[in-house]
Design a protein around this ligand. Sequence first.
Ligand SMILES: [Zn+2]
Length: 257
Amino acid sequence: MLPAACRAALFLSLCLAGPAAAQDCAGKLGTSRVMQVDPSGLQVGTKHFPQTLDLADREVVLTFDDGPLPGTTSSVLKTLARECVRATFFVIGRNAAAHPDLLRREIAEGHTVGHHSMTHPMTLADIPYDKAVADIEKGINADDKAAYGATGTRPRVPFFRFPGFGASPELLDYLKGRGIGVFGADLWASDWNPMTPEEQLSLVMARLDHAGRGIILFHDTRAQTAKMLPAFLSALKERGYRVVHIVPAPPKTATAP
Ligand SMILES: [Zn+2]
């Protein structure tokens, strides 16, 4: 059970970063800092947009898409907890509805849970606009209902990633109008392609050493990724990379005229 102050905290992750957690995390890779990200008009990730998050050299943001899924997601969570690393999960609404316990575990363990549509159409840009918007909204509602037991007019975490990075200008405008930030990626592990965990580790580390920093995309639904993750976190530590945890900045309150 978490202390009452933690349960009430807007950002659980800040609570978990307290002195007790820091002590338990001595000698681990850990999470070096929490970055508050303003979702309004946000479009980041150089694979898809001209700009990305303001990361220093050797800083990485770890993101996992398409879960939650029993088995692989549990394994990913265990590995992250062992190294005191916090990540961001972009979840599919139908998976969140099917496995709310896993979704709540992601949040309880201090991770950020963003949205990745209801049914993962490939892609939202290739289906009629109204259907695409409905799939986005159904996903957000399913995620928030599973995670928090209720939905509001605004998602708790206004972060979205397009399935297959299939964004259209109209859908980007829609999300902007809803105050929802859009995340692409700076590099990925290509873990949608079957390969051994060793091959995948070597591929992603080569890409990361080349880029030097960035938002990294994995899939917590892939067994090869779950198996590779312990070695990946060790490699980050050995090579001096630092993990940055992203959380949404609090909504702006109206200012006096
Ligand atoms: Zn996906």
